[in-house]
Design a protein around this ligand. Structure first.
Ligand code: NAD
Ligand SMILES: O=C(O)C(=O)C[C@@H](O)[C@H](O)[C@H](O)COP(=O)(O)O
Ligand code: ZN
Length: 360
């Protein structure tokens, strides 16, 4: 078992990576359980992974699968279910599933009885390498992505890489986009590893999966420990590809037409292409990023993401971005592979013009 600490003072916790961890969950989660295990999950995970979870007295709350579940309606329904179970503040709920379940259950945990505990058991690659760590919880609203939420750290994260065995290939690829992100932010050697081993990871190589998960979680834990609430600009680096990506998701109405990881893949390629087109980054680096995403079957430009909206339309979505300060939306741009930075000089008009020009 690999244990990675997330150092956040009195909110510190461990991320445990253990093949077969679901079967050992009763023992590993024992400090957080009080005679029963309240599991929030979705219909797909209930069918595939919930039967593997060995915990005492499971009380399952099964929500519909898909991004649409990160909504006011499902949040209200979940809070009502938790209250009907007479949860106590000192109890922990268990989020078993992908980022949708982790974000929603984590937000419910943040607000029910003014804040109760929760544990993450992520079952998608995306959730194992990213969303289960760091305490960002949220729902989507009509105005955009993750616009209502809270920072609320889990008490423990249990990652079982074997849970990925039932994950559809498209979901695996989408999660892989967030793996690549860590290389692009500040670890060029890891991006090189991705180029060499991404195909093996996708094909089910257990060592490659564990290496990618451990490297990603370590990077995220380090960055979150430096800037838990995204105030210094350090954590904003984890948003590489997201200002573009969230606009693409909003444009598709948060539907399965474009998964979050797919939108992030296109967003990262666009961030690099914009950086190259304005002389910030070598064109060869932007081409390398697009080529790797393409090779993994991920979107690498607007057309491959299935988006034909005008630049101004996408920029209007971006205007809701939570990073906005003093009326300006900062963008995570790059000076090269492994050299991402926060740029507050670029304008939404620049971005809209770039997106329109790219469509030819
Ligand atoms: N909080 C954060 O820091 C953070 C980080 C990244 C992404 N996110 C959020 O995460 C969400 C995306 O998460 P996701 O990609 O995990 O999607 P998801 O939660 O919708 O899961 C994808 C699909 O896979 C199914 N599934 C999950 N595990 C499975 C398994 N082991 N076998 C078979 N099917 C399985 C789910 O039921 C769902 O249908 C987005 O809403 C995004 O905004 C949050
Ligand atoms: O943890 C972070 O910080 C991230 O930015 C991780 C992202 O992958 C994730 O999608 C996050 O939910 C986006 O954050 P948001 O603040 O832009 O909603
Ligand atoms: Zn993301």
């Amino acid at each position: 078992m690999i244990r990675i600490p997330v150092a956040l003072g009195d909110r510190s916790y461990d991320v445990a990576i253990a093949a077969g961890g679901l079967a050992r969950a009763g023992e590993l989660l024992a400090p957080y359980l009080r005679g029963r295990t309240i599991v929030v999950t979705d219909s797909d995970v209930a069918a595939t992974q919930l039967p593997r979870l060995a915990c005492p007295n499971i009380e399952p709350i099964i929500l519909p699968a898909g991004e649409a579940t990160k909504s006011w309606a499902q949040l209200a329904a979940l809070c009502d279910r938790l209250l009907a179970l007479e949860v106590e503040r000192g109890e922990h709920i268990v989020a078993l599933g992908g980022g949708v379940i982790g974000d929603l259950a984590g937000f419910a945990a943040a607000i029910v009885k003014r804040g109760m505990g929760f544990v993450q058991i992520p079952t998608t690659l995306l959730a194992q390498v990213d969303s289960s760590v760091g305490g960002k919880t949220a729902i989507n609203t009509g105005a955009g992505k993750n616009l209502v939420g809270a920072f609320h750290q889990p008490a423990f994260v249990l990652i079982d890489p074997l849970a990925l065995d039932t994950l559809p290939a498209r979901q695996l690829a989408a999660g892989y986009a967030e793996v690549v992100k860590y290389g692009l932010i500040d670890d060029p050697a890891f991006f090189g590893w991705c180029e060499a081993h991404g195909a093996a990871l996708m094909a089910g190589d257990a060592d490659a999966r564990i290496h990618a998960i451990a490297t990603s979680v370590s990077a995220k834990a380090r960055i979150v420990a430096e800037d838990e609430r995204e105030t210094s600009g350090r954590r904003a680096l984890l948003n590489l590809g997201h200002t573009f990506g969230h606009a693409l998701e909003a444009e598709t109405g948060f539907s399965d037409r474009l998964l979050h990881g797919e939108a992030v893949a296109a967003g990262m390629a666009l961030a690099f292409a914009f950086s190259a087109s304005t002389g910030r980054c070598p064109g060869a680096d932007a081409a390398r990023v697009a080529a790797h995403l393409r090779a993994c079957g991920l979107p690498f430009d607007l057309a491959s993401a299935g988006i034909d909206a005008a630049g101004a339309t996408l920029a209007a979505h971006m205007a809701h971005d939570k990073k906005k300060a003093g009326g300006r939306v900062p963008f995570i741009l790059a000076r090269g592979v492994g050299a991402a930075y926060v740029d507050s000089d670029v304008t939404l008009a620049d971005i809209a013009a770039f997106l329109d020009a790219g469509r030819g």
